[in-house]
Design a protein around this ligand. Structure first.
Ligand SMILES: [Ca+2]
Ligand SMILES: [Ca+2]
Length: 511
């Protein structure tokens, strides 16, 4: 008895001593230093960039040579989709590895740390930090100023410059826009230099960090760099506009009456926004200026991606860094009667997703559905660390190794409670909170024009079966709006639909 008591005491003291020693040596007890040198990670995020990039071929004129160079070095997921067509919920989902339907974060507010359930969730940089990575975040990775402030040292080791527009013209370049003439709602060129832009500063910071990365020890880095453009205001210098001459630029396919076969609820999910409708663009001769400005900004941002990739190539980390590039969601430029995001069609959900680096073969393309949610577990697998608990994404490692490997789960995108799209290799199914539906056969209708479940039409047995098969993947037990939800919030209540707390009158659709 006495012997076992002594044994017990010795073990307890040993545990206590080990814990105390670990605490004294490292700021976080769970830190595991790798025995082998793991690859570094360079993550490049781009804001509001749709599939108008060379690797996805979404626009015939677009010039993105650096993104193409990156794609040539690795794998492009050609069927990748965001989990929410809006900055905060998309980025929250990607960085936490959880769907909006799990966190309840559907709007521009709240920051996930302000929810009671997820305030301590290990976001991606933290999980890599726990496994020995030096973590750096510059520009727009989280929405707004989220993550920065009193607890910013908990999020990552080094914070770079915030996302910024940079120099702006003295006054807006376009006529006053509906929805309050928002000061971000602008585009065009004016006399300035590339060096005056916020994204230039962010790229410069990243280049600088790569060049001065501490070479001592074997600590790998996880450098996250987020660009703001082509988010509005789409300002670029003249040289980027010159790539897209006014007389020859290709306009996106805009079909008159394309919304006649979409349900009422499709209007409610983007009810009242600063982004103007196509009807306003046309009436104010702004369709082409917006398209040119967006393209110019895409090419400018591509050049900033190039500056970082060049710096990486010239560094000692060229051969031991995994690069991943993504955008948080797409953007309409007049298609389906709107500009902006906040829809459940490919224009809003389809995004670039490219991986390159050690162990990834060159010039691969994968057509299997992929979700931005998959980035977190994929990066864990690529560097050989365990998955953080609770991740809802599926690692894309098998598709990276062999791009034709079937991935059963389709890509799901959610915009506010109860509105989802589900997309596999052929079909897109959409269901809104009132049960109204859309179905598109993307194999013959890539622009998603012909709704096979149009309100009032007879639905074929085949299409019903497809819709039911895809609907079976939808998340169950959707979280209601997190406390503090605001900005671009749609709710269905007893009295009807409420947009940001105001009852919607369906007779007031702005077409
Ligand atoms: Ca965005
Ligand atoms: Ca249509």
């Amino acid at each position: 008895m006495a012997v076992s008591l002594i044994r017990c005491w010795v073990v307890l003291m040993l545990v206590f001593w080990l814990t105390a020693t670990a605490d004294a040596q490292t700021p976080r007890p769970s830190v595991q230093r790798p025995n082998v040198q793991r690859p570094n990670i360079l993550m490049i995020a781009i804001d509001d960039l749709n599939d108008w990039v060379e690797p996805l071929g979404g626009h015939p004129d677009v010039k993105t040579p650096f993104m193409q160079r990156l794609a040539n070095r690795g794998i492009t997921f050609t069927n990748a989709h965001c989990q929410a067509p809006l900055c905060n919920p998309s980025r929250t989902s990607l960085m936490s590895g959880r769907r909006p339907t799990t966190t309840g974060v559907y709007g521009l507010s709240p920051w996930i740390r302000d929810t009671s359930e997820f305030k301590s969730v290990r976001m991606m940089p933290q999980h890599f930090n726990d496994h020995g990575y030096r973590t750096l975040i510059g520009g727009k990775i989280y929405h707004g100023g989220y993550g920065k402030g009193k607890l910013q040292d908990e999020e990552c080791d080094v914070w770079g410059p915030p996302a910024q527009v940079g120099i702006r013209p003295d006054q807006k370049l376009i006529p006053p826009t509906p929805g309050g003439n928002h000061n971000l709602m602008d585009w065009g060129t004016f006399d300035h230099r590339d060096e005056d832009k916020g994204d230039w500063a962010v790229a410069s910071w990243a280049v600088d960090e790569i060049q001065k990365m501490p070479a001592s020890g074997n600590q790998p880095f996880f450098l996250s760099v987020g660009f703001f453009l082509p988010h509005v205001p789409c300002y670029a210098t003249q040289k980027w506009f010159d790539l897209y001459p006014e007389e020859s630029v290709t306009m996106p396919p805009i079909v008159e009456g394309d919304r006649e076969d979409t349900p009422l609820a499709s209007w409610f999910i983007h009810w009242d926004l600063p982004e103007p409708r196509t009807s306003w663009l046309k009436a104010n001769n702004q369709s082409k200026p917006l398209v040119r400005s967006y393209l110019a900004c895409v090419s400018f941002v591509d050049s900033q991606v190039g500056r970082i990739l060049d710096a990486l190539d010239a560094s000692p980390y060229a051969d031991n860094t995994i690069v991943v590039l993504w955008s948080d969601h797409g953007y309409h430029l007049g298609e389906k009667a709107i500009s902006g995001k906040n829809s459940l069609w490919a224009r809003s959900t389809h995004v670039p997703l490219i991986f390159a680096g050690p162990g990834i073969n060159e010039r691969l393309r994968c057509e299997q559905p992929a979700e931005l949610l998959d980035i977190y577990p994929t990066l864990c697998d690529l560097v050989g660390i365990v998955h953080s608990p609770g991740l809802e994404g599926i690692s894309l490692r098998r598709q990276i190794e062999s791009p034709t490997t079937v991935r059963k789960r389709p890509a799901i995108c959610t915009h506010n409670v109860g509105n989802h799209s589900v997309c596999d290799q052929r079909w897109r199914y959409i269901v809104y909170v009132d049960g109204s539906e859309e179905l598109y056969d993307r194999s013959i209708d890539p622009d998603e024009r012909d709704n096979l479940m149009a309100p009032g039409s007879k639905i074929s047995t085949e299409h019903r079966k497809v819709a039911d098969r895809l609907a079976a993947w939808l998340p169950r037990d959707e979280k209601p709006l997190a406390i503090g939800s605001a900005a671009r919030i749609l709710e269905r209540r007893e009295k009807g639909y409420f947009w940001e707390d105001s009852l919607i009158n369906p007779d007031e659709i702005v077409r």
